[in-house]
Design a protein around this ligand. Structure first.
Ligand SMILES: *Cc1c(COP(=O)(O)O)cnc(C)c1O
Length: 458
């Protein structure tokens, strides 16, 4: 084996189509169940979603066409950073003294530093095509808000971001990025919406929450025919757009002469980077190749896939979003303040949930201390500083590499390093200075919020 370290594709090898898992749901034994209207409990219709999303995205959300063509204008923006590199972790393998070969796909080379522009760009494009003037969204720490601000600027529409107030005040750098890309950023709750004013009347000093910010962004979109809403994870069309990741990995593993992988590892918040990385391998599997072991890693402080219920639940605290069948900790679940902001969601994509429920995908979890330990070791070998979210995949890959060492097997392990952690250095500092704790799975809290699951007869 040569010491070749990175496997690069040309722009001419950019994907031309996204892969839609819904087309192969039956072949994979998945039953997602219908998406339900939160008020009527009837299956949602395209009309229910029309105030929020343009027709093309609703079609992608509900469609079963196996391949969806990527518009040229979207591919032109993708060219700014795609195809992204695949690396072989030679130094880390040596440090771990493992017979395993470890490869990682690196999505941190995008302008915003993560995989999220893979979907914010097409979402901005289809809205622009539909004549929409403005997109609203919510953001916590700012990763999704940055991705949408960048994309709307590229496509020439406006962007309004509701940013959870505590992050707006304590994490100014992503806010400045969003504003520099031309977005307007409002601390949430705000006095610009009824949802915000209601919360402020009850609790003027509230620090805000993602649930409230979602309610504000949705309210703004519903009220104005020129304004729509964009979501950065969970939904089928978001996962669809992310499949460019795995399609490139397939080609790059072939370039590397790596053979068919034994294990794929990714981290899961709402499921989008994980899905985008692994779905193209599932497509190959449906077409007759072996299925690698596929492992989803989540924080043990928000153990959606490993300890949540598989049931119908709302996507948000205010119960405004449709109900979907998914792994959930309950829409009232208040996550503990761990450092992986992007992984603190109470629910999970219905597709990824169904994959875990049917046994196609395994799920596991780690506390944040071992996760940062794996990241620090990874940085010292490979040089790239992972986002704490991506750190869960780093931890998972190390776990697999050490298992391979125990049994002396030369496994091929591939993981998705979905973003860099340059805006998360305070977390790394807390880790280095011994200020981090491992939050225990808050069993009582979860049971309390699971008691509030909507009852749905299906
Ligand atoms: C947003 C984000 C996540 C979580 O979202 P998924 O939809 O699960 O991918 C994970 N990692 C990074 C770097 C993110 O920005």
């Amino acid at each position: 084996m040569s010491k070749q370290t990175k496997f690069l594709l040309n722009e001419s090898e950019l994907s031309t189509h996204w892969y839609n898992l819904n087309a192969d749901a039956e072949a994979l034994g998945l039953d997602m169940g219908p998406v339900l209207n939160p008020k009527t409990h009837e299956p949602v219709t395209p009309d229910d979603l029309a105030p929020l999303f343009p027709e093309a995205l609703i079609e992608q959300e509900m469609g079963t066409q196996r391949h969806v063509e990527i518009p040229e204008a979207v591919r032109d923006v993708y060219r700014l950073w795609r195809p992204t590199p695949l690396y072989r972790a030679h130094r880390w393998e040596k440090e771990l003294d493992t017979p395993a070969k470890i490869f990682y796909k690196y999505e941190g080379t995008s302008p915003t530093g993560s995989h999220k522009p893979n979907t914010s760009v097409p979402q901005a494009y289809y809205n622009k095509e539909a004549g929409v003037k403005r997109l609203t969204t919510e953001t916590g720490a700012g990763q999704w808000g940055s991705a949408l601000s960048f994309a709307t600027q590229m496509l020439g529409i406006e962007c309004e971001v509701y940013m959870v107030k505590v992050s707006y005040e304590q994490k100014p750098y992503r806010r400045v990025m969003m504003q520099t890309w031309g977005a307007s950023v409002t601390p949430s709750p705000s006095d610009q919406t009824q949802a915000g004013r209601d919360v402020l009347a009850r609790d003027p000093d509230t620090t805000g929450s993602l649930g409230i910010a979602i309610s504000e962004a949705v309210e703004k979109a519903v009220q104005d025919p020129d304004t729509k809403y964009a979501l950065g994870s969970v939904l089928n069309h978001v996962l669809l757009h992310q499949t460019v990741i795995g399609q490139e990995v397939l080609k790059q593993l072939e370039m590397a002469g790596a053979g068919w992988p034994d294990v794929l590892v990714g981290c899961t918040g709402g499921g989008s980077n994980f899905a985008g990385f692994v779905y193209p391998f599932l497509e190959q599997h449906v077409d007759g190749r072996d299925k690698p072991r596929i492992v989803a890693v989540e924080p043990s402080a928000t153990p959606t896939l490993t300890k949540g219920h598989y049931a119908y639940d709302y996507g948000d605290t205010a119960r405004m979003t449709p109900m979907v069948r998914m792994h959930t900790l309950g829409h009232e679940f208040v996550p503990p303040p761990i450092h992986s902001g992007g992984l603190r969601y109470h629910g999970m994509s219905p597709q990824v949930s169904a994959l875990v429920h049917s046994g196609v995908v395994e799920a596991t979890s780690t506390p944040q201390m071992p996760m940062f330990d794996a990241c620090e070791q990874f940085v010292r070998c490979e040089g790239i500083l992972p986002a704490p979210e991506a750190g869960h995949a780093v931890w998972g890959a190390r776990h697999e590499a050490l298992k391979a060492k125990e049994v002396g097997e030369e496994k091929t392990i591939v993981f998705n390093l979905c973003g860099h952690g340059h805006f998360d250095l305070a977390a790394y500092e807390d880790y280095r200075e011994g200020r981090l704790e491992d939050y225990e799975y808050p069993e009582e809290e979860v049971n309390k919020s699971l008691a509030d699951l909507p009852s749905v007869s299906t």
